[in-house]
Design a protein around this ligand. Structure first.
Ligand SMILES: [Zn+2]
Length: 320
């Protein structure tokens, strides 16, 4: 273990690639104009999430205006249903995960007031869609009317409602108790009570507790030890024991460590070097591992991971 010492500001003594900022900006911009390509349509079920990932990456890269603002707003609003929820793309069923992305995008570009226009019903309508997905007995949240529960949905609900200033629409103490019931003996969390510990779920549970103001409930040393064991020899982080490293876990693991003040328990310089090797220096974008195909999901989480490590030239991200 060594201290995170602001990689990128270290003075060039380490041999590793530089961040190709403008290539990444161009890569994300191009995603918006590839409607003639098959991949664009194959990923339609993730379109609204994709806008959030791309836009967040652009903000962290210091190019917040690289996507057309009004078109972004128009697209987001075209995904909304009468019940206040959002689908992945126009005509897709409403779901918690797309509704969270819609709220995050609108707030990020200072356009949440657009929800108040016309007969949309305002932010309260969005809030009530989310609140209606809470199981008032257990405190858990469903993703949609079909009833699957998952700590991802619980975190998403608290995230979006806190951004809208509407946390009082749900039973926060019950949600907190549900998160606690997902904690395992290793200090980490699973997708539901008794489920295997997983870094992605650790992020959603710890971040939900952070939004609820209940980080005091986390067993920080035990969880910190489990999280820092996720760093492999190559410097990258994995999602659970015995799995290969992946650039997106730079965020899931790194932000969880940051929220419990244990980010310095991993080697930040080695992690930054691994993330930078995952970028495509020619076409831009990041992949899960060096040499693999890039995508907007890993581009976002790789850049967010570097930002968490205070990489020079990037805007600093809030881990919550
Ligand atoms: Zn991944």
């Amino acid at each position: 273990m060594s201290l995170v010492s602001g990689p990128g500001r270290a003075g060039g003594s380490l041999s590793r690639p530089d961040l190709c900022t403008l290539k990444h900006v161009a890569y994300i911009q191009k995603l918006d104009t590839r409607k003639d390509e098959l991949e664009y349509w194959l990923t339609e079920h993730l379109r609204l999430n994709g806008v959030y990932w791309g836009l967040t990456a652009l903000h962290l890269l210091g190019h917040p205006d690289a996507l057309p603002r009004q078109e972004t707003i128009d697209f987001v609003l075209s995904c909304q249903h009468d019940n206040g929820g959002f689908g992945a793309a126009p005509g897709h069923d409403p779901h918690m995960l797309y509704t969270v992305s819609a709220v995050q995008v609108l707030v990020m570009i200072d356009a949440a007031h657009e929800l108040e226009k016309g007969s949309r019903g305002g932010k309260e309508k969005v809030g009530s869609f989310i609140a209606n997905l809470q199981d008032r007995e257990t405190g858990a949240f469903m993703g949609d009317e079909w009833g699957e529960t998952d700590t991802r949905f619980l975190y998403g609900a608290l995230n979006a409602l806190s951004l809208l200033g509407l946390l009082d629409l749900v039973d926060v103490p019950k949600a907190v108790a549900y998160v606690q019931s997902c904690e395992n003996l290793d200090g980490a969390y699973g997708v539901r009570p008794g489920a295997e510990s997983h870094s992605g779920q650790v992020f959603t549970c710890v971040a939900a507790l952070a939004i609820a103001g209940r980080l005091d409930l986390v067993n920080k040393d035990r969880l910190g030890a489990w999280l820092c064991e996720r760093q492999v020899d190559q410097g990258g982080l994995n999602g659970r024991p015995e799995k290969v490293e992946d650039a997106c876990y730079s965020w899931w693991v790194g932000s969880s460590l940051a929220m419990i003040d244990r980010l310095h328990w991993i080697d930040g310089n080695k992690l930054a070097a691994f993330i930078l090797k995952c970028q495509d220096p020619e076409a831009g974008g990041f992949a899960d591992r060096p040499g693999n195909m890039v995508d907007v999901y890993h581009t976002h989480f790789a850049i967010a991971g570097l930002s968490l490590l205070k990489y020079a030239g990037l805007q600093e991200v809030d881990p919550i």
